[in-house]
Design a protein around this ligand. Structure first.
Ligand SMILES: O=C[C@H](O)COP(=O)(O)O
Length: 251
């Protein structure tokens, strides 16, 4: 942990049905009772987002988008702007997830534009970065993640809240994770790079870890200095596992 408020994000990706919302509702009370003073966000597929906002209206769980378009509105079939997420009642939007970078060719410039859009709408962007396996093997991890912070964080982030998701691409959905030392080192470098972009506000910005985070490894990963929570994919689809991960955070 750092001085930032802890944050746990369940990114359902293109998974989940209405039944999964019921599951989350069933454990919501337990999440509310968890002695943890952070934010919990679920990012369901867009088809479930409106239902999720209604179902979780009175809960401690907030809803987020998984992506957004950089423009406010227009002829962009299939896309959702940050303003639409705001209108729905979402509080956060994930931008720059490695799956968007890989399948939709989104580069740092595009991620920066989307981050700006989320801030323009008054929401919190969860800006994702992380190295590929090739980059890690080539010893370029720290260089890559610093460059991603430099390229993705807009100036507007100096005066509005953001969050950063550190997700080594090779750890996503693979069951593999970096060593605790490697995670610690990466978060330290990200915080330093953030300092250069947004000054002391970097100390209050949650930098969360993502990539095969699950109940069995959450305690040790969340105990690392500078890890302020989790960006959880697979394990967030099982409400009890997501709850267990949140409970592993001792703040
Ligand atoms: O957004 C979430 C991440 O991509 C992590 O996914 P995972 O927990 O299934 O590895």
């Amino acid at each position: 942990m750092s001085n930032a408020k802890p944050l746990f994000v369940g990114n359902w990706k293109m998974n989940g049905f209405r039944a999964n919302l019921t599951e989350i509702l069933n454990v919501e009370e337990s999440i509310a009772k968890t002695p943890f003073h952070g934010d919990v966000v679920i990012c369901p597929p867009a088809t479930l987002a409106a239902l999720a906002v209604d179902a979780l209206k009175k809960s401690v769980i907030q809803i987020g988008g998984q992506d957004c378009h950089a423009e406010e509105a227009g002829a962009f079939t299939g896309d959702i702007s940050a303003e639409k997420w705001k209108d729905l009642g979402a509080g956060y939007v994930i931008v720059g997830h490695s799956e968007r970078r890989a399948y939709y060719q989104e580069d740092n410039k595009a991620v920066k534009a989307k981050s700006k859009a989320v801030l323009r709408a008054g929401l919190v962007p969860i800006i994702c970065i992380g190295e590929s396996l090739e980059e890690r093997k080539a010893g370029k991890t720290l260089e890559i993640i610093s460059a991603q912070i430099d390229g993705c964080i807009p100036d507007e982030a100096q005066s509005a809240p953001i969050a950063v998701g550190y997700e080594p691409v090779w750890a996503i959905g693979s069951g593999l994770t970096p060593t605790l030392e490697e995670i610690s080192e990466a978060h330290k470098v990200i915080r330093e790079a953030l300092h250069k972009k947004i000054g002391d506000k970097a100390d209050l910005t949650p930098i969360v870890y993502g990539g095969s985070l699950k109940p069995s490894n959450a305690k040790e990963i969340l105990a690392i200095l500078g890890v302020d929570g989790g960006l959880v994919g697979g394990a967030s689809l099982k409400a009890v596992d997501f709850l267990e991960i949140i409970r592993a955070c001792d703040q």
